[in-house]
Design a protein around this ligand. Sequence first.
Ligand code: ADP
Ligand code: YYY
Length: 228
Amino acid sequence: MPTTIPVLTIDGPSGSGKGTISRAVADRLGWHYLDSGAIYRAVGLAAAWESIDLSDPDAVAACAARTEIRFESDDAGEPRVIVNGKDATHQLRMETAGAAASAIAAHPPVRTALLDLQKRFRRAPGLVADGRDMGTVIFPDAGYKVFLTASAEERAKRRYKQLKDKGVSVNLDSLLHEIAARDERDAGRAVAPLKPALDAVLLDSTGMPITEVIERVLAVLPDSLRRR
Ligand SMILES: Nc1ncnc2c1ncn2[C@@H]1O[C@H](COP(=O)(O)OP(=O)(O)O)[C@@H](O)[C@H]1O
Ligand SMILES: Nc1ccn([C@H]2C[C@H](O)[C@@H](COP(=O)(O)OP(=O)(O)O)O2)c(=O)n1
């Protein structure tokens, strides 16, 4: 039976603001939130914990199928990601985890193993789904789709500031290099590559304050859904 639970997809490259904007919009709407990148990051981390060769599609897919991932909030309401019972929130945000996620995400059997898990996030009253293939593969029937971008330089600067604020020592040039390499791999893979859905609204957030991006994304929805 076709579902009528509304979905807003927000896809785009690393550092474009998907997580920040998706969380804020989900909060404003009172909808659920799917951080699909955290799922790929968690599988990459779990595979590393088990010393699995990340270039082995079947071994990583088997690991994806048995990895337990829980999304929780701490006492301050901050999101925590628990992987196989361990709080991996901090580790998952490192660029090394992003690179591992991007590597294992290129394997078709890994993506297949994670399909149902992602689709199950579609629950009433609605879902904001953040990733690379939310509007193209996971929720192609979503009524509302945004493809969020920003220049590579701006995205690297945002990530630099984000990691520095977390006390992580980083180098802007190497971040720019890593982000460009990840963009290329995510957009160049054969299965579910990073690309806008044909029916997505393109939004370039270069130089645009977060508050304005949130309003522009909310404007994609009809009034009836924006009112709570
Ligand atoms: N429009 C914006 N202007 C300035 N900084 C932004 C903007 N959008 C997001 N950021 C900041 O950039 C960093 C990366 O954003 P994030 O939401 O993690 O991106 P993504 O999920 O696409 O990788 C965060 O520190 C966030 O606060
Ligand atoms: N739907 C998704 C989400 C993420 N991935 C892969 C590709 C990305 O480089 C990594 C990490 O994604 P994530 O959204 O956490 O990364 P950023 O926050 O955008 O830097 O996972 C994917 O292939 N498909």
